[in-house]
Design a protein around this ligand. Sequence first.
Ligand code: CDP
Length: 257
Amino acid sequence: MVRKMKKMKKINMKQTKHNIKMAETKRKSGRKADEMRPISAKVGIIPNANGSAMFQSGKTIAIAAVYGPKEHHPRSQRNPSRGTLRCTYNMLSFSVTDRIRPGSNRRSTEISKIIGWALEPVLMLDKYPGKVIDVCINMIQADAGTRCAGINAAAMALAHAGIPMKNMVSSIAAGKLDKTIVLDLDKYEDSEFEGGEGSTDIPITFTNDGKLTHIQVDGHITVEQLKEAMKMTREASKKIYEVQKQALKDSVGGGEK
Ligand code: CDP
């Protein structure tokens, strides 16, 4: 039994090496397996909001605006012991090539919830009993990875609004193309890639001290592949954090770049 387990472990190790080697194969975009799209961020883009930010990853652009803390209406939804974080994710009609029907749908409702869950662990909502903080996330261009870009923009907007936070959060997806683990799927890889096992999207959110606040796995993946995805995204989240931090510093300095 022990020998059999050792043998299985060996096979898994081989598979891991194979996957890592496979990861060197070319992506349609020309990116390396562990290469994310170019990112940029700006804080303080909507003067009427209490906090706001933009986060861009390749062709995906998210803007987030924070309003509050303010009186929670309707009163029936008020939580007397802590504040409520109310996230609303929306993809604008012109954000993709096929026009999207305005208004909420099942996908936007799901992503709104997920963004809230990714952010809540770092917020000190107990400081605002009975109040609500509205976070509006709009995708002005969508080329996959919108929930991650939305989380990154929203986290900066919350910090900009002066909401007390234990940490910043940074989000990025890993993916599996056939058997290859890659970083930051674009729309072609996410929706059109059909080789072998097809594609799997794994959005992950980390605090800046490396803790996980959100992970989704949509498809089949082995434990070793998941570990590889975690490693890649953890490294990438550190780079995202640096860009978020710089954007926040620039906004405090008040100077344009
Ligand atoms: O954007 P994200 O990867 O977080 O979520 P998704 O549901 O996996 O969507 C992937 C991509 O599909 C989006 O970023 C859009 O580019 C595209 N999409 C679309 O073209 N039309 C929709 N109604 C929904 C998504």
